[in-house]
Design a protein around this ligand. Structure first.
Ligand code: ZN
Ligand code: ZN
Ligand code: ZN
Length: 364
């Protein structure tokens, strides 16, 4: 996916952050940190796969013998394949070198961490995410390019949906169509498709089901796929026939909130400020109580990662940060709406990685 030298550079940066924070070893298992650091995505199985990065010393990928052929050999780390009768926890601990503090990947199975804690009582285990997020939060040019390509592929899906008939089809049927289109437009895989119609729209993560979409329904469609390991994630809104006044009023408020929030993206602006701007406009429009989630989440090799655009996150935005700006209004029993674009922080502002029409689409 990326050249060998990139992984070596990532591991060097990891060691620098470890030194800074007094972490003696970084140990990452299943989850997104492993492909980021080693270019290998471990299957979510019961056997231990773990990249062990001592603060001083070579990194080693501990991998079950039968999975080893799937690992791309890289100069940045050694590969140590363990056999069925070996004790992989002991191997990982030996490679870590009994550090005082070890940072452990968030997605590591609890049973491995519990075994490590029991066998290495002098080591304090801390979460790896604050450390790995420090590396992953600034995307390099190649990562930005993949996110841009994924975003534009999702935009082509959005453009095609405008001319689809919604009435008479179920949410699940539209979701199936969206998944097909995500792949047709260039994603390696479709990751998710939320289709929430009528009152279901008021549930932000509604699971599309057998509800048949009818005349007068608002439909929230939130979808994304993975391209070259990086995700797209965008939300657009459809209405079967002309919307009633209250819906149209809410949509105008939402549209203004999303635009203003995206406009405000620039290096140095605290992440929470983007949330405040969107929330302020929605509250001023009289819909504040119906905006029930944070304004956005970082995106990259995970759909949700740092930085989170939420009150309390005062971290200043930096060039290379990529995140969603997705305010929503959810009126229980009536309708929901959300406008979502991925934005990348540039040297002096923000770049929308989604450029499909953000207006409400009237469909049949
Ligand atoms: Zn969501
Ligand atoms: Zn989304
Ligand atoms: Zn999102």
């Amino acid at each position: 996916m990326f050249p060998d030298a990139d992984y070596a550079a990532r591991l060097d940066r990891a060691r620098a952050v470890m030194a800074d924070r007094g972490v003696g070893a970084l140990m990452v298992s299943v989850g997104a940190d492993l492909p980021y650091l080693a270019g290998y995505e471990a299957p979510q199985l019961e056997r231990l796969t773990m990249l062990v990065v001592p603060a001083a010393g070579d990194a080693t990928l501990v991998v079950p013998r039968l999975e080893a052929p799937a690992v791309v050999d890289r100069s940045a780390f050694e590969i140590l394949a363990w056999d069925e009768t070996d004790d992989p926890v002991a191997i990982a601990l030996r490679l870590a070198g009994s550090p005082q503090v070890a940072a452990i990947g968030d997605h590591t199975w609890a049973r491995f961490l519990l075994a490590m804690q029991e066998r290495s009582p002098a080591t304090r285990f801390v979460p790896a995410t604050p450390l790995t997020a420090e590396l992953r939060i600034r995307k390099d040019d190649q990562e930005l390019d993949l996110l841009r390509r994924a975003g534009h592929a999702a935009d082509r899906v959005a453009a095609r949906l405008v001319s689809e008939r919604f009435g008479g089809r179920t949410e699940a049927q539209i979701a199936g169509l969206v998944r097909e289109m995500l792949v047709e437009e260039g994603h390696d895989v479709a990751a998710f498709a939320i289709v929430a119609s009528g009152p279901n729209g008021a549930s932000p993560h509604h699971e599309p089901g057998g509800r048949e979409i009818g005349d007068g329904d608002a439909v929230v469609v939130d979808f994304g796929g993975r391209l070259g390991g990086y995700y797209s994630d965008t939300t657009r809104n459809f209405h079967v026939g002309e919307p009633p006044a209250r819906y149209a009023e809410a949509f105008a408020v939402l549209r203004a909130a999303q635009d203003a929030a995206v406009e405000a993206v620039a290096p140095g602006v605290p992440a929470e400020e983007i949330d405040r701007i969107a929330r302020g406009i929605i509250a001023a429009g009289g819909f504040g109580e119906f905006f029930v989630h944070r304004t956005g989440h970082g995106i990259g090799i995970e759909v949700h990662e740092d930085p989170y655009v939420v009150e309390g996150n005062g971290r200043p935005l930096e060039r290379g940060n990529t995140f969603s700006v997705e305010p929503g209004i959810y009126v229980p029993g009536a309708f929901g709406m959300r406008i979502e674009d991925i934005v990348a922080v540039t040297g002096d502002g923000g770049e929308r990685l989604n450029r499909s029409d953000r207006d409400l689409s009237i469909v049949e």
